[in-house]
Design a protein around this ligand. Structure first.
Ligand code: IMP
Length: 429
């Protein structure tokens, strides 16, 4: 029996979907605890590529039950589209997908406000995914939100919805935006309500019953440590706790239940959206790391298609993420992408205002001034995609991986050498 959590250790897009898929083989339940359709988890099964946004990646494993936890914000129409997309690809969700009755909704005006707020920030734009995530969490904190249990009573739902949509329109008008057609949105959401109501469940009881019965549970994190509302590069963050604590507040399982924390760390660093990025590479190097333009696996946003900013491995961020999340197992992804580079810079510290530092400053301006202190490791030329044993990796690749494990004080984990389920190499102690 175990409860394991999977957390992103950078700015999201670390390849968590693949690790969730790998670890969910023998679990009973996979649970999403925070975020919403800003996330995009890619899982490759044979020739089929699945892009999941709110539904946990565990849905792709037969017999695994999936929970959208209370900490998630879901857009009803988008969730229906995701469910129908899965069904069209032969993945049945009936009786296997549970939507927490405490999860908050993203309403149409949240998405409009997301765009209007971004425009009003001018040069201080966050570069959000435009999915209404920030405004939905703001309404949750302001105690204005609609929750999944509201879907269970159509009359009450539509009444609350009309009131909120009218209130949303007044807020849209404050920003000079165009009011939404309330009647049209009510109609659209009426249909979504009917589709989603059967999935609404008391997931706190469900999870505790499974936990009590000794079932294995996997908590699937979204985004990454540097996008956490408290521990990330604020204000260039998302609006939820993407780190350790978010697993408990977003599921109802207590901290004492979680016994393994799997940290996913890409072999280099990427970020989408604005904000400081100490190890950001030059345009030419960034283009090399991003890949040749394959939208499935190269560095383009799963949700927005935006090209990701790319840079070198930052161990200051790695150590910080290992601490904040209490990582017990480290999974380094996309090592194969680094084949062919003569040398590999590894950032082990920052130079900040003439002094060496190993901490991540809270002050965003200080982080923008920090310069990376690099250690240069030799690269390797061999492709890695077909390697399945650590000892078969080129010596330089083993050295690069060992150095990262050592800096983060980790002894257990894996290395990923391609997008497929089987392209994974255990790292011996
Ligand atoms: P929001 O979550 O849409 O409000 O966006 C806030 C910031 O988080 C922006 O920089 C987004 O690009 C980033 N972000 C949100 N979700 C993800 C994700 O799943 N992967 C990577 N970046 C994300």
């Amino acid at each position: 029996m175990s409860v394991s959590a999977i957390v992103g250790m950078q700015w999201g897009d670390e390849g968590k979907g693949k690790i969730v898929d790998a670890l969910s083989e023998s679990v009973d339940l996979v649970v999403r605890c925070q975020g919403g359709a800003n996330a995009g988890h890619t899982v490759v099964l044979g020739k089929t590529v699945f892009k999941l946004h709110v539904v946990p990646s565990g849905i792709l494993r037969e017999g695994v039950r999936s929970v959208v936890g209370n900490g998630v914000v879901f857009d009803p129409a988008r969730l229906v589209a995701e469910i129908e997309g899965l069904e069209a690809m032969g993945i049945g969700v009936e009786g296997r997908l549970y939507l927490s009755d405490r999860a908050h909704m993203v309403l149409p005006y949240h998405q409009v406000l997301d765009g209007l707020q971004e425009s009003s920030r001018g040069t201080r734009k966050i570069g959000t995914t435009g999915r209404g995530i920030g405004p939905a969490y703001a309404d949750k904190a302001a105690r204005l939100g609609l929750r999944a249990h509201d879907l269970l009573d159509e009359e009450r739902f539509l009444k609350k919805l009309r009131e909120l949509l009218s209130y949303g329109n007044r807020r849209i008008e404050v920003f000079g935006g165009e009011a939404l057609d309330v009647a049209a949105h009510v109609e659209k959401l009426r249909r979504a309500r009917g589709r989603l109501a059967p999935f609404v469940a008391d997931t706190v009881s469900l999870l505790h019953e499974a936990y009590g019965a000794g079932k294995d549970i996997l908590l699937e994190g979204a985004q990454g440590t540097q996008l956490d509302i408290d521990f990330g590069t604020y204000p260039f963050v998302t609006s939820s706790n993407t780190t350790g604590g978010g697993f408990c507040t977003g599921s109802g399982l207590p901290p004492s239940a979680v016994d393994r924390v799997h940290g996913v760390f890409k072999a280099f660093t990427t970020r989408v959206g604005e904000g400081p990025f100490v190890t950001e590479a030059s345009e030419e190097e960034s283009a090399r790391l991003r890949g040749t333009g394959d939208q499935q696996w190269d560095e383009y946003g799963t949700t927005t298609g935006r090209p990701r900013r790319c840079g070198w491995c930052d161990l200051v961020l790695g150590r910080y993420a290992a601490r904040v999340n209490g990582v017990t197992n480290l999974h380094i992804t996309k090592l194969d992408v680094l084949s062919g580079l003569a040398t590999l810079p590894l950032c082990t510290g920052y130079e900040l205002d003439g002094r060496e530092s190993h901490a991540v400053p809270a002050d965003i301006d200080a982080l923008s001034r920090a310069k990376p202190l690099y250690e240069t490791l030799p690269g390797w030329s061999e492709p890695l995609a077909e390697i399945r044993a650590f000892d078969e990796l080129p010596a330089a690749a083993r050295g690069y991986v060992r150095r990262i494990f050592e800096e983060m004080k980790m002894s257990s984990g894996t290395v990923s050498v391609g997008p497929r389920r089987d392209q994974i190499v255990p790292v011996p102690r």
